[in-house]
Design a protein around this ligand. Structure first.
Ligand code: 5GP
Ligand code: ZN
Length: 113
């Protein structure tokens, strides 16, 4: 998608602090971190949300993103962390290209707001 921010980051057209690249996924630090570790894991392929990937039965994509996030937690040295993906504006989704938030490095409360 030509006007998608995260497609542009995946292509290298917009700079980001990239921490992992695989043939299918890219991970980079969030520009406005909410925790000492705040990394976004995205598929290279443009998909609007995890709901779309689920509806498409794209188990390989969903699995590879979750695996990348857990590998990144090891890489970051965080043993306690949260993996979040927002679906839709009411849930807080602001960029409509599927991304997992990997958050860690501080204590967190539950439930989220
Ligand atoms: P959402 O609100 O869609 O769940 O998450 C989008 C995330 O993308 C936010 O945490 C926001 O800080 C991050 N973000 C927005 N624009 C940029 C950008 O240009 N670069 C990076 N690295 N992160 C961004
Ligand atoms: Zn995109």
């Amino acid at each position: 998608m030509s006007d998608c921010l995260f497609c542009s980051i995946a292509k290298g057209d917009i700079p980001a602090d990239i921490v992992m690249e695989t043939p299918d996924a890219v991970a980079f630090r969030d520009i406005a971190p909410e925790a000492p570790t705040h990394i976004l894991v995205i598929p290279r392929e443009h998909v609007e949300s995890v709901a779309r990937a689920g509806a498409d039965r794209n188990d390989a994509m969903l699995g590879s993103l979750m695996r990348a996030a857990t590998d990144l937690a090891v890489q970051e040295g965080i043993e306690s962390y949260r993996i979040v993906t927002n679906v839709g504006e009411d849930a807080g989704q602001s960029v409509f290209h599927l991304h997992l938030h990997l958050l860690g490095g501080r204590a967190m409360s539950w439930p989220p707001g």
